[in-house]
Design a protein around this ligand. Structure first.
Ligand code: G3P
Ligand code: CA
Length: 242
C-alpha cells in the first residue's frame, strides 16, 4: 500500500523544515518525513530548503555564510509572523534525536544541486550510523553525483534519484546506476512512465502531492510513496483503499 510522507514536515499548516512541522507530521500519522539538508560555515548539517535564509527566516544571505550559532538567532517560522512562536533552523542531529525510537522513515534530501557542499555525504552518513537509523532512511538528491558519492561510502542505504523533468527511460537509468528508487515530480507519472520504471523493479516515490485527485490516481497506480504538504489528508485517503 502507498505510504504517506510529510514534505518538509507538515508544511501545509506549520513552518516548513522546523521541529514543529516534524512533530505535527508525526501526530498527523505520517509514515515518513521528507526534509532538506545543507551545511553551515562551521560544517553543521542543518535542515533548510533554500540555499539562502531569505524566504523562510527573518535573516538574509546564504546559510553557508553563517555558523550554526549565528543562524540560531533567526526565526524559521518568520512567514507566520509570530503566530507559531519562535522556531529555529533545526540541525539534522536534533531531528534524528526526535525520530530515533519512532516508527518513522526519513527521506533526507541532500540539497547539493546549487552549492555542492563537499563532504556533506560523509557527515550525513556519520549521523545515520550514530543514531542507528540505517534501515529507516532514504537518501535522495537532484544531484545524482552526490547520490553516487554517498552510495560509495554507504552502499547498503536506500537511495532515490530526484527528477523534475520528463526523463526518458528513467527506470533503465536508475537501474543501471544501481539505485533502488526514482523520485519524480508527480505530474510526470503518466501510465507509460510508471510502467517503464516498474519494469525494472524500481520504487516510485513522488512529490509534491497535495490534491485529493492526484493522491487517488497515484494510490490506484500503486505508487510506493506520496510526499506532500498535507499528511493528514493523504493518510485519510490512503486508509480508504486499505
Ligand atoms: O524530495 C521531494 C521534493 O522535496 C523535491 O523538491 O524543491 O521541494 O525540495 P523540493
Ligand atoms: Ca525536498
Amino acid at each position: 500500500m502507498t505510504k504517506n510522507f510529510a514534505h518538509r514536515g507538515f508544511s501545509g499548516k506549520y513552518p516548513e523544515n522546523t521541529m514543529l512541522a516534524f512533530e505535527k507530521a508525526i501526530e498527523a500519522g505520517a509514515d515518513g518525513i521528507e526534509l532538506d539538508v545543507q551545511l553551515t560555515k562551521d560544517g553543521e548539517v542543518i535542515i533548510i530548503h533554500d540555499e539562502t535564509i531569505d524566504r523562510t527566516t527573518d535573516g538574509k544571505g546564504l546559510a553557508a555564510d553563517y555558523t550554526y550559532e549565528e543562524l540560531c538567532r533567526f526565526d524559521a517560522s518568520f512567514i507566520y509572523r509570530g503566530q507559531m512562536g519562535f522556531n529555529k533552523i533545526p540541525t539534522l542531529r536534533e531531528y534524528l534525536e526526535l525520530v530515533k525510537d519512532k516508527n518513522i522513515v526519513t527521506n533526507i534530501e541532500l540539497k547539493t544541486g546549487i552549492l555542492e557542499y563537499i563532504g556533506i555525504e560523509e557527515k550525513v552518513w556519520e549521523l545515520i550510523q550514530e543514531y542507528k537509523l540505517e534501515k529507516k532512511v532514504i537518501i535522495s538528491s537532484f544531484n545524482h553525483y552526490s547520490i553516487l558519492r554517498m552510495k560509495k561510502i554507504a552502499p547498503d542505504l536506500k537511495y532515490g534519484l530526484l527528477s523534475e523533468t520528463w526523463f526518458v527511460d528513467a527506470g533503465k537509468y536508475t537501474h543501471e546506476l544501481g539505485i533502488q528508487c526514482y523520485h519524480p515530480v508527480h505530474y510526470n507519472l503518466v501510465p507509460e512512465v510508471i510502467e517503464e520504471i516498474k519494469k525494472y523493479g524500481i520504487e516510485i516515490n513522488t512529490y509534491t502531492v497535495n490534491k485529493e485527485k492526484d493522491m487517488r490516481y497515484l494510490i490506484e497506480k500503486g505508487i510506493d510513496i506520496i510526499i506532500g504538504n498535507f499528511p493528514d489528508l493523504a493518510g485519510k485517503i490512503i486508509k480508504e483503499y486499505k
